[in-house]
Design a protein. Structure first.
Length: 417
């Protein structure tokens, strides 16, 4: 088998594990791809200071920063953007298509890169984000802006997949710190995105378009760094006995269609209900029902169809730790994105008192809180141990704070009534 130039440059193991991780703890399957396991003792000298490691890490931070910025910069100033380009009742879709594209892209990005290798897909995602940012930055109306936001959402699946990328570059004991470290350069977009997006609108000649100009810079930087420094195992290294055509031939196209169509249509119905159309309208009901049926069909197809390369290997569901982790992460993501869309609007309506910049700072509280938790978890998570109980404690505190907020708002509503 001929060795390609990419294979000559491939320098990172796909999975770096510690010696005390037993095979039982690693979920393995012929359908999931080969792993290139090694221990921290086997890493070459100067691995963490090598240009390829540092460059790959920096590319990951830039990709995450651009992925976050495409949402956090824009969502707090949607009313102002609508006043400039609209008015258009579909302005909320600028934020919704990001979440929709991200939801669709994450599963596709994870599975396809497992099969074909990650390098060119991360480079391609940066290019897609660059194109989306250019389209959005030059938009003259809301539909074009929504189109650019869709591309940004799809490309953001790469940035938000950073744990899988970093998990292949560092040993298990360093992964808490590594996952937190990528947020260092992403602080302006993840933590202070609302304030910075508002300041762009208020204090620059180009206004809100600077939100996308910054994303253009970040995506360009990420793509260049991925191209120069990121050389993970290639397809031929992952699959010594398979060809690309064999993988393409047996790829799960029906499952992909059911997943993408079901999720898109279902979320379309949920977003329309109570906003664009009444919940009882035919369009909302049909979208929710059809989308739900497609998602059920996807689950049945993945479970019972004789697939060689399933989109979602159901073997993962046999691992209860994996299932519990996915459910908890999903609940956390639901909380974040729901508040990220509606919290800035609440701030603008209730708390700004005519000072939009103050509203931007208040809107940043959500992102800054997540940053504090990320850095604290990265620094203390591995050292404290008992990760399950740490998660239990954090979720319990979140429930207490939410209950207190609901009680406070209910009391205020009763008082005002």
């Amino acid at each position: 088998m001929a060795v390609t130039s990419d294979e000559k440059h491939a320098s990172f193991p796909q999975v770096v594990e510690e010696e005390n991780v037993t095979p039982r703890e690693l979920l393995t399957s012929s359908t999931l791809g080969n792993s290139f396991a090694t221990t921290s003792q086997q890493l070459p000298k100067g691995y963490y200071t090598s240009p390829r490691f540092i460059g790959s890490w920096f590319a990951t931070t830039m990709c995450l920063a651009s992925s976050a910025g495409g949402f956090t910069f824009v969502s707090p100033i949607l009313p102002q953007i609508n006043a400039d380009l609209g008015p258009d009742a579909s302005i909320i879709w600028v934020a919704l298509v990001y979440n929709l594209g991200l939801s669709v892209g994450l599963l596709l990005m994870g599975r396809i890169t497992d099969l074909f290798g990650r390098r060119w897909f991360y480079i391609g995602a940066s290019i897609l984000g660059l194109i989306g940012s250019i389209v959005a930055a030059t938009a003259k109306n809301i539909p074009v802006l929504i189109g650019g936001g869709t591309l940004i959402g799809l490309s953001s699946a790469a940035g938000l997949s950073y744990p899988s990328l970093l998990g292949e570059l560092v040993p298990m004991k360093y992964r808490f710190a590594a996952n937190a470290s990528v947020y260092i350069f992403a602080i302006p977009t993840t933590g202070l995105g609302a304030a910075i997006g508002t300041s762009f609108y208020l204090y620059t000649a180009a206004g809100w378009r600077w939100c996308y100009y910054v994303c253009i810079i970040l995506n360009s930087t990420a793509g260049i760094c991925f191209f120069l420094f990121y050389h993970p195992p290639t397809f031929n290294m992952k699959w010594e006995n398979k060809s690309r055509m064999e993988i393409v031939k047996h790829f799960d196209y029906i499952g992909t269609l059911l997943y993408v169509a079901g999720l898109t249509i279902f979320l379309l119905g949920l977003s329309w209900g109570g906003a664009v159309y009444p919940w009882a309208s035919v369009k909302v009901i049909v979208c929710i029902v059809v989308g739900f049926v497609c998602l059920v069909g996807f689950a049945l197809w993945e479970t019972f169809a004789p697939l060689r390369e399933p989109l979602f290997p159901v073997i993962l569901l046999k691992n209860r730790h994996y299932v519990a982790s996915v459910l908890l992460l999903g609940l956390g993501a639901n909380m974040y994105y729901a508040f990220a869309v509606y919290w800035p609007q609440m701030v603008t309506t209730i708390y700004t008192n005519g000072d939009p910049m103050w509203g931007g700072w208040i809107s940043s509280i959500l992102g800054c809180g997540i940053l504090v938790g990320t850095f604290a978890g990265g620094a203390l998570g591995g050292r404290l141990g008992k990760v399950k109980w740490q998660g239990f404690t954090v979720i319990g505190l979140a429930g207490i704070f939410l209950a207190g907020e609901i009680r406070c708002r209910s009391s205020r509503f009763i008082t005002n009534s």
